[in-house]
Design a protein around this ligand. Structure first.
Ligand SMILES: *Cc1c(COP(=O)(O)O)cnc(C)c1O
Length: 457
């Protein structure tokens, strides 16, 4: 059959409120033209993030009811540990309340000022935790990953030559570990091949540098490998995931992504000394090592969710939805990043709104248009999020002006996607009527979350 269906039926619903365009104009004005400041109930389709926003299965909800809330050594912990060991075969398993807690404790226990941590691309919380420890976070993404117009199968790969010369320049003694983010979230959700992971591991081994995976979307990455990398077509996603983790010495993960849960994270490692140091900080900050900041019921939901994320029918459907939206928009001439990544569609706002200069924030103009026309909430990855001020205090634009439509897992159906396409098309047809914005109020750091805008007409 040509039609890929949602591999589930729905037994519980949550109403979506549909307010009028006039009401949305009013709501956006009250939110100072920053969609982060809107009430979620006023968003018809919420594509702000895929983090913790997914729908749990009946099996997960059922597992929640048998959550063992014992403080130490609960049955739910046993299940959590066994599931992660089955997928990763890594020795020490620690739950945390989110991915960033795992990153923070890892950085705190292993890094000191002057250390350097290479990655294909650091996610923003990873970078922030590394920098907070006084170390430097460096991106060594392959060339094709840096060009949105190039179509390549594994645009999340690390540049192996750059990695080698990076280690030679800075010295292995200043690199306590290296990371690989699978899939590469900040680089458009693009995958990393097993060949690349193996090549990274080979280089690192020569210098005795451990490899730490940022494994948030390991199952989506495994799906890309099964579809695009030679030799993996007959392997299950679990087998591919096992091969990925066999190359890692440690990993951090946000279980709000491919854990298919609403909260959770983990740190896992093989090194006994790393485990001991991490455990001591975990007890200080998150909780006893058998629950690490989560309730027993969360550990249950995650154990089920991790295996559901490795179901081929689920991944086939998930990738079909992202592809469907990318292709339909591309066919209309709307500038989208290709090939599509695993968890989101990215629109090139610079090309979409060429009449709006970067310092008038074309991404924000597009996001606001999507909200006003259809109640869709998206996020800007452009000058507001990544721009900076130079020595003279002059604002410098970001290299790219992207708008991300992130897909919550198992939440929206085909008709929702057709609606999204219709809204984007309408905005595309009327794109010349939209103007840029000024910022009227902004904090020093992470301004995109809370700054205020005004239209500059
Ligand atoms: C979400 C995410 C994190 C951080 O996880 P939280 O659970 O939000 O703290 C780290 N790395 C990547 C690649 C992510 O997508």
């Amino acid at each position: 059959m040509r039609t890929i269906i949602e591999p589930f039926r729905i037994k519980m619903t949550e109403p979506i409120k549909i307010i009028s365009k006039e009401e949305r104009i009013e709501k956006l004005k009250k939110a100072h033209y920053n969609v982060f400041l809107l009430d979620a109930i006023d968003c018809t389709i919420d594509l702000l993030t895929d983090s913790g926003t997914g729908a749990m299965s009946a099996q997960q909800w059922a597992a929640i009811m048998i959550g063992d809330e014992s403080y130490a050594g609960s049955q739910s912990w046993k299940k959590f540990e066994a599931t992660i060991k089955k997928i990763t075969a890594i020795k020490h398993i620690f739950p945390t309340h989110q991915g960033r807690a795992a990153e923070g404790l890892l950085a705190m226990s292993r890094l000191k000022a002057g250390d350097m941590i290479p990655n294909n691309s650091h996610f923003d919380t990873t970078r922030a935790n590394i920098e907070f420890a006084g170390a430097t976070a460096v991106n060594l993404l392959c060339e094709e990953g840096r060009d949105p117009s190039i179509e390549a199968p594994f645009k999340g790969n690390m540049d192996i030559e750059k990695l080698t010369s990076f280690i030679q320049t800075h010295g292995a003694e200043n690199i306590p570990f290296a990371m690989l983010t699978i899939t590469n979230n900040t680089g458009g959700g693009q995958p990393v091949s097993l060949a690349n992971i193996r090549a990274v591991k080979t280089v690192l081994s020569q210098y005795n540098i451990p490899l730490v995976l940022d494994a948030c979307r390991f199952a989506e990455n495994a799906y890309f490998i099964s579809k695009r990398e030679k030799g993996y077509q007959d392997k299950s996603l679990l087998e591919i995931a096992q091969e990925i983790f066999s190359l890692a010495d440690a990993a951090t993960m946000s279980l709000k992504k491919d854990g298919l849960a609403n909260i959770g994270g983990f740190f896992i490692c093989n090194n006994d000394e790393w485990a001991e140091d991490f455990k001591n900080l975990l007890i200080l900050r998150e909780g006893f090592p058998t629950y690490g900041g989560l309730a027993g019921r969360d550990l249950e939901a995650i154990s089920v969710g991790l295996m559901e994320a490795l179901d081929m029918d689920y991944q086939t459907y998930r990738h079909a939805t992202v592809d469907y939206l990318t292709q339909k928009l591309d066919m209309k001439g709307i500038p989208v990043i290709k090939p599509s990544g695993g968890h989101a569609v990215f629109i090139d706002a610079k090309t979409f709104m060429p009449h709006i200069p970067p310092l008038a924030y074309p991404g924000i103009a597009l996001i606001n248009a999507l909200y006003i026309e259809g109640g869709i909430r998206a996020v800007e990855l452009g000058t507001v999020m990544f721009g900076h001020f130079d020595d003279k205090g002059k604002e410098q634009p970001s290299e790219l002006e992207l708008v991300r439509l992130a897909f919550p897992r198992r939440v929206y159906t085909q008709s929702h996607f057709d609606y999204i396409i219709e809204v984007v098309e309408k905005v595309w047809e009327e794109r010349h009527t939209y103007s840029g914005l000024n910022i009227t109020k902004q904090p020093q750091m992470l301004r995109h979350f809370s700054c205020h805008f005004e239209n500059n007409t």
